[in-house]
Design a protein around this ligand. Sequence first.
Ligand code: UFG
Length: 333
Amino acid sequence: MTVLVLGGAGYIGSHAVDQLIEQHYDVAVVDNLQTGHRDSLHKKARFYQGDIRDKTFMESVFKKESIEGVLHFAANSLVGESMQQPLQYFNNNVYGTQITLEVMQQFGIKTIVFSSSAATYGEPKEIPIKETAETNPESPYGETKLMMEKILKWCDQSYDMKFVALRYFNVAGAKLDGRIGEDHSPESHLVPIILQTALGQKEELLIFGDDYNTPDGTCVRDYVHVVDLVEAHILALNYLKTGNQSAVFNLGSSTGFSVKEMLDTARDITGKEIPAKVVSRRAGDPSTLIASSEKAKMILGWKPQYTDIKKIIASAWNWHKTSPLGYNDIKKN
Ligand code: UFG
């Protein structure tokens, strides 16, 4: 039986494919390569290039493969871009999920692990954020993730399709051997931008605001290592395979680091100066986002291994140092 990974050539999806194969799962991947990289894929994964919104294409994949469950990473995922292009986000994320579920229903597949986001909560009223907190997304991106969770809920109710929605906090880091890592174009996430600045690819880090109500005035986030995050997906798949109920879990480290703390840690690890300057706030950034991940630990038995922020940044640095141009470097080899 096969695990189908949608968006398996993206940053998180490629780590999932890699870990599933290392744990002896049979894996098929669907990716339209809009933002994903062919070279990030493990050689043992069967790859189908196409779009999850293309029903005929999706049916052809489900016909060829004996699918036991779906991991769904295929989505646009930038908060800022979603504010500019909301309809693109609703189309790709929500409509793409709708087609995926229609095809799953047609083929009698009842297990899906879904990439959700802390962006479903919006500005939190209480820290750490529990799964029971109010959901009030402040961007089209967060709204699409919440809408997709709701569609899953009704598919469970009507078709007995079981889902786990994993609400990610700030995912960072890379596979420890440096074969795969984070490569977005353009890049907007803090850790890769800090490290690109360390490599001299960017002149300086722009710190978006130092007047927040936090200890040093810069935003506080909860960083989780991509390898730990992916492990939770494999646990979720097994949780569903053993007949459990649909559920939502936060995935974070339960510890917050400010932008300045991240920068200082990266300076220590890289030994580089990493020039930085404070500029005005970026629209839509909540001051503090920290997860309570107790539920995932209790129910899924999740045991994150790389909770030390230094390890997260060091693994990302290993990837950026060895592949400074991301997958473009690998293609040249
Ligand atoms: N930041 C900077 N300078 C930069 C980039 C980021 O100061 O050049 C700051 C941001 O203002 C923020 C922090 O670094 O305070 C982290 O920013 P990221 O863009 O790396 O991540 P976000 O917290 O904005 O986004 C993350 C996920 C999203 C998810 C969101 C939920 O990447 O997918 O959390 O709010 F939707």
